[in-house]
Design a protein around this ligand. Sequence first.
Ligand code: ZN
Length: 281
Amino acid sequence: MSRHDHGHADGTERTFAALPPTRGRGFAVTWWGRAWLRALEDAALDAGQVKTGRRLARAGAVGAVSVRPGRITAVVQDRDGTGHRADVLLEELSAEQWNRFLEMAVERAGHVAALLDREMPPHLVEDAAAAGIELLPGMGDLEPECDCGAWDQCGHTAALCYQTARLLDEDPFVLLLMRGRGEHALLDDLQDRTSRPAEEPVEPEGVDAAEVWAAGGILPPLPDPPGLPEHPGLPPLWTPRHRPPRGSPRPPWSSWRPGPPWRRTGCWPRRCGRRLLRKRN
Ligand SMILES: [Zn+2]
């Protein structure tokens, strides 16, 4: 399969050369390719047109396929040699959706690595869906346009979908391009986002001494320090492992300080309890 990017400097159009006829091969080998075809097959009102499309694609009747954001285009030849320009439209993601998708991809480096291996991990699609982004088309999301005048999927647009399933199998970036971003733009953006935290200016911690000094006159006076306790208690670092000398007053457990539950309720941990028993024997 040969391909080249052209038309736009940022690679937002890719053209894939026509594929030779194929025999007895499924058009989608990958799960995402199959999901793409399901969106076509489940929504087509006329199953006969879908069948015609599959036959045309198999016969090599689909010319070079151009993939752009929101649209794929090809000239499909009827059996009598008449060429028809067929387009299939797929909604692009909004800028805000792309932003969310890329933020998600930055957090999960494995997703990007898989894409670069021309794999579309199911988790990527699930994570995107959780962020409210549908990457794969659903039923009825593939909108046909053909100069043969059909108002629903015709054999030509269906053939284009089948051919595109073969392209998707090879490279899931084709789907992302349809959704609005070329591979290079997408990877550049990811690169920017990955390196951004280091470039962000570090906010100085604390407060500006000059400001505090200037505000000194308008601030209320400091509160009085807390009063001394009635009894000299135990130091806060006291733990049951270092028992207080015999005869020391028990600490006021309930009002002492937060700690593990056994400490708050005054129960000895089992380990210390055993040690106490051993001592007694
Ligand atoms: Zn048509």
